[in-house]
Design a protein around this ligand. Structure first.
Ligand SMILES: [Zn+2]
Ligand SMILES: [Zn+2]
Length: 333
């Protein structure tokens, strides 16, 4: 009996859902996983029947799993369309493998893929940003800078594809990590993450895995043959997120269900807080550059991207001046 699936009664339990006590066979695990994603979408009203959904597809296991599940769900909605947006951040020795996985899964599922790159959009790869001291000049960690640039790149790719909504593979773990990071920065004045909010001129973003624990996404990837990259991002270990992740993962391991409880508690506060100061949001507050809701004149992303462009331009001017001097020197010699 120990090895019997608590749903179908067949032998061969592959996963024990500790927070619910369910013991699941492979087929029941996959089925309940996919059903939860579908229920998350309907519970939060994430997608419309005629959406063009841009899936942010990095080529990592999470994003491939999301594309696969959405491709299944989308078959039931003939007016919906799925496209994938893949960003090449320019991190050599790390991104090539996942970019290839991303290309292959799109081919396999017959999903159109839009490719954008940091070098084409910003004239700067992530490797160059690190190597050439941009991060020191900005006083920011690599993941912060990369995250802002990637987010903007995904938006641009999604607009290019005519998308009406962006779907990201953020899991329950990712979302609770972000709330905790914001809290530790003294900043919980945020909208709930990964829920559809319509705002003119801005593509809404949704996270259909927001109620799914990371370990279940990994298991889903294993059982559906999704390739898993072994190389880790060379810059990832420097992040605040890496610290918070290891703490939360251990905490959930010892006290199953903590992540979900935290999400519900935080969002309960956020949503009631939002209703209270709705007036603040309604009283204008849009970024003068991109139109995203913000309490500042220009949002933090636009500010950072223009700082990066500024550093780059001043460096180009400096190197042009050096070349000019050299040439003048050569002529006068
Ligand atoms: Zn079963
Ligand atoms: Zn902006």
């Amino acid at each position: 009996m120990e090895n019997a699936c608590s749903r179908c009664g067949r032998a061969g339990v592959v996963y024990v859902r500790r927070y619910s006590g369910e013991r699941l066979c492979r087929a029941c695990f996959l089925e309940t996983f996919e059903r939860r994603v579908y229920r998350t979408i309907t519970r939060y009203d994430m997608l419309r029947e005629d959406d063009t959904i841009a899936v942010a597809l990095s080529g990592g296991k999470d994003s491939i799993a999301l594309l696969k599940v959405l491709a299944k769900i989308e078959r039931r909605f003939p007016r919906a369309r799925l496209v994938a947006v893949t960003v090449d951040e320019g991190i050599s020795g790390y991104r090539e493998e996942a970019l290839e996985y991303a290309r292959r899964v799109c081919e396999e599922l017959g999903v159109e893929q839009v490719l954008v790159s940091f070098s084409e959009l910003y004239g700067l790869t992530m490797d160059e940003a690190v190597r050439d001291g941009y991060l020191d000049e900005l006083g920011l960690g690599p993941c912060t800078v990369c995250g802002v640039m990637r987010r903007r790149a995904i938006e641009l790719g999604a607009m290019k594809a005519g998308a009406t909504v962006i779907a990201t593979a953020h899991t329950l773990d990712d979302i609770v990590q972000t709330y905790l990071m914001n809290l530790l920065r003294g900043d919980l004045n945020h909208q709930p993450l990964g829920l559809r909010r319509e705002s003119e001129g801005v593509l809404p973003r949704v996270s259909p895995f927001r109620l799914t624990p990371q370990r279940e996404v990994i298991l889903y990837a294993v059982y559906t043959g999704i390739p898993m990259q072994e190389v880790e991002c060379p810059y990832g270990h420097l992040s605040q997120r890496a610290l918070i992740r290891s703490f939360l993962t251990e905490f959930e391991e010892r006290f199953p269900g903590s992540l979900y409880a935290a999400l519900m508690a935080i969002e309960g506060r956020l949503i009631s807080g939002l209703q209270e100061d709705r007036k603040v949001g309604e009283g204008g507050g849009r970024c003068g550059v991109c139109g995203s809701p913000t309490f500042r004149e220009v949002c933090r992303s636009c500010e950072l991207i223009s700082q990066i462009a500024g550093i780059r331009a001043s460096r180009l001017r400096r190197s042009a001046a050096i070349v000019g001097d050299l040439m003048a020197g050569a002529r006068s010699a």
